[in-house]
Write a protein of this length. Structure first.
Length: 277
């Protein structure tokens, strides 16, 4: 039986990927181990990797110290609304740029993508002024509205996927008397579900981990999201690292669950999006 000869380049590739995986896992592993250490163990020199003993009480103390239940609800419903609205607007815009031929659609699409080169820090102050004039500061609408109405990456993702669909489907629907909204909702949308699933997961993860905009727009504890609430463990003169690490581990549970259950959709959606007709 002939065995396949392994190329040196393949070995180097796997070694590089393994090294990268280890580097990526180390911060997460350090956070997990630090969440069950005491303050003294965290600052021990030389540092100890395995806690002795395991301080499991950090988790209930972290939950009791701050209103995590309310913060979880805030983060979840904000992320859910943003995901639903962005999926609808991005898929509709992607369909328009891919299938509806109107004057200047390619130019508009390029200009639309060019907004991805603008750093978010540039738009923070204008957004703050707009939200202040609309009297939305301190409310969750100041987070939902800007994030829901515009996402160039999502439009690009939806447009690339929609462009890979055969035009014959749309032509047959037009012959049968279907309108543009009927074509989109009954034909296009069911076919772009893999790409929508991948994009929806990206949006959810981004909104769940969002820290900067809640820090700028929210000013009441009852409106805080999970990342912003974790910042309360940092005092002016000291930081309670065991409770901070425990709270961090609690906050990433939904992210891990979403990724573990939907990683197939993420890979499938990104892979198919690269296709072009």
């Amino acid at each position: 039986m002939n065995s396949k000869k392994i190329k040196p380049s393949t070995v180097l590739l796997y070694l590089a990927l393994s090294l990268g995986a280890v580097i990526m896992v180390l911060p997460f592993l350090w956070t997990a181990l630090s969440s069950v250490k005491s303050m003294g163990q965290i600052f021990t020199v030389p540092p100890t990797i395995i806690p002795r003993p395991f301080v499991w009480k950090n988790y209930p103390e972290s939950l009791a110290a701050l209103p995590f239940g309310r913060a979880y609800f805030n983060s979840f419903y904000i992320a859910a609304i943003v995901v639903v609205v962005q999926l609808l607007t991005a898929s509709m815009a992607g369909y328009a740029f891919a299938k509806l031929k109107f004057k200047g659609h390619n130019v508009i699409f390029v200009l639309f993508l060019a907004t991805m080169m603008i750093p978010s820090q540039v738009t923070m102050i204008p957004l703050f002024i707009i939200m202040k004039n609309l009297k939305l500061l301190g409310t969750h609408w100041s987070l939902i509205l800007p994030a829901s109405l515009f996402n160039a990456f999502g439009v690009f993702l939806m447009r690339q996927f929609t462009a890979s669909l055969p035009d014959e489907l749309e032509e047959a629907a037009i012959i049968d008397g279907a309108s543009v909204p009927q074509i989109f909702f009954k034909i296009i949308m069911p076919l772009i579900k893999p790409s929508m699933a991948a994009f929806g997961i990206f949006v959810f993860l981004g909104q769940w981990n969002n820290f900067m905009y809640p820090l700028i727009f929210l000013n009441k504890t009852e409106t805080f999201t999970v990342p912003l609430l974790l910042n309360f463990f940092k005092g002016n003169y000291a930081t309670d690292y065991p409770l901070l690490m425990a709270g961090t581990m609690i906050s990433i549970v939904p992210v891990l669950v979403v990724y573990i259950f939907f990683q197939k959709q993420i890979i499938q959606g990104i892979a198919i999006t690269g296709m072009k007709n």
